[in-house]
Ligand binder design. Structure first.
Ligand code: FAD
Length: 438
């Protein structure tokens, strides 16, 4: 008998429920990945992510070959391509992870139409707690993180699964390879499960609680792209972190609960990817010149500009910088959060429809923040999270001559630098005026 393990955002051998089930169901398994042109057409497949994905697929193929198998890559509509491979291989069943986006829901529906009850959807693959598994009384999802987190911590986790040591795959099933094109950020991380596991082994979770907000220390895990593509299982990471049992591990695991939280929101409200989760009747300001200065990292606020330049260079940005650059766009410039979210998605290697769109909505006050009117003042953020100015000097070299925290206020030191797009004393004003709160 033959089964198909259809890989999606679970590009790994370790702790992979889909692969495990496909293997238990048949003597031979076809590991399949289908690249859907609709994803590219929807503008979601940014070059940075496609390059990372190509690494992930190559690494997965190499790991599969070591255990006697290989990865089959096809391009086209996923249900149609899977049906073709099933016919070629004589496969009886198809196994796939449950996704949370509107796109994943449609893919699953199409697969269901083609395969009926020969399709097996596994819901504990992409998250620690499956979306929809825990709900507050009378609602289909949690809208507030804190009660979600409490329930999440009490929910039993499935066992971590070992990577298979052997895998038999039928011969003669042809595939293609993925050739990414387009301009790439110069300093992208390498993709794939092997790189992910190396990164985890070398990273110090114990210090996390103390240093995760320190911009210059750059001491967060940087596992987000690997989690996005499923090169690592969030369940395995939680198990491994909790074995350390310290403040750092607890804080890290809490961030993984945020990841699940956003997925259960999106699964219940797929349109929150584009529409305000909470309708706040906002009338965003429109100013393409300001939006472009923000994208280019030339707002005149070095802390904001440093974050935007890190994004362009690495396809990644520190969480604290994401928060303050997003707040600057949505609450100081008062531009539509969708403009900022689209720019992030065009560059982030970890760019994720759940995490990006819902974090943006959180910052913009249209999402799940219980204090939607909070405004992060970039100067106070700079003083608190980059007190010595080292993060700014790293990313804004034209200000590297300004010592210590002076780098955060170049206008006071006669530096040759763009004037602030909005005066320092008016930073939070436009937002409140826009909302009629002042
Ligand atoms: P760590 O601090 O080491 O955290 C470990 C893991 O926890 C992360 O890899 C991530 O999977 C998860 N995590 C941490 N914070 C969050 C959070 N706030 N929400 C959801 N999961 C979280 N994260 C993405 O993975 N993809 C995105 O597209 C994305 N867009 C964002 C946009 C904005 C405006 C903001 C404010 C945050 C966004 N985040 C996004 C969340 C967070 O910034 C990144 O997950 C984090 O910076 C990744 O770095 P790390 O792996 O070193 O994180």
């Amino acid at each position: 008998t033959v089964s198909i393990a259809l890989f999606t955002q679970d590009l790994r051998l370790h702790d992979n429920p889909v692969l495990h089930a496909a293997r238990a169901a048949a003597d031979r398994v076809v590991p399949l990945f289908v690249l859907d042109p609709a994803v590219e057409g929807a503008g979601f497949a940014a070059p940075n992510r496609l390059a990372f994905l190509a690494d992930c697929l190559a690494d997965l193929d190499a790991s599969l070959r070591r255990i006697g198998s290989r990865l089959v890559v096809r391009r086209g509509e996923p249900a149609e391509q899977t049906a073709r491979v099933a016919a070629e291989a004589g496969a009886a069943t198809v196994h796939v992870a449950a996704g949370v986006s509107a796109f994943a829901h449609r893919r699953e529906e199409r697969l269901r139409e083609v395969f009926g009850d020969r399709l097996h959807v596994h819901d504990a693959s992409l998250t620690v707690v499956p979306a929809g598994r825990i709900t507050p009384a009378g609602r289909d999802h949690y809208a507030v993180f804190t009660p979600y987190h409490r329930a999440w911590q009490r929910t039993p986790r499935r066992n971590v699964l070992a990577a298979p040591r052997t895998l038999d795959t039928p011969d003669g099933i042809g595939g293609e390879s993925l050739q990414p094109t387009g301009p790439l950020s110069p300093a992208l991380p390498p993709g794939g499960e092997s790189a992910a596991r190396r990164r985890w082994r070398r990273w110090d979770v114990d210090a996390y609680a103390r240093v995760h907000d320190d911009l210059a220390a750059d001491a967060t895990s940087r596992l987000s792209p690997y989690l996005h593509f499923g090169c690592l299982s969030a369940t395995e990471l939680v198990e491994r972190a909790l074995r350390r049992d310290g403040e750092g591990a607890q804080a890290f695991v809490r961030q993984l609960a945020w990841r699940d939280f956003h997925r259960q929101v999106l699964a219940a409200r797929p349109d929150a990817a584009h529409r305000d989760y909470r309708d706040r009747d906002d009338h965003w300001h429109r100013d393409e010149r300001e939006a472009e200065a923000w994208r280019q990292g030339r707002t005149g606020y070095p802390i904001v500009d440093a974050g935007m330049r890190q994004l362009a260079e690495e396809g990644w940005m520190h969480n604290r910088a994401r928060l303050l650059t997003a707040s600057f766009l949505a609450k100081s410039l008062y531009l539509d959060w969708r403009i900022g979210a689209a720019h992030f998605l065009s560059l982030l290697v970890d760019g994720d429809v759940a995490d990006n769109q819902l974090n943006w909505q959180w910052v913009a006050g249209t999402g799940t923040d219980t204090r939607p009117n909070r405004v992060l003042n970039p100067l106070r953020q700079a003083d608190r999270y980059d007190p010595d100015g080292a993060y700014v000097r790293r990313w804004v070299p034209e200000l590297a001559h300004l010592p210590g925290p002076a780098v955060h206020r170049p206008w006071l030191h006669g530096a040759d630098y763009p004037a602030p797009l909005i005066a320092p004393d008016a930073l939070t004003e436009r937002f409140h005026r826009g909302r009629g709160l002042d």
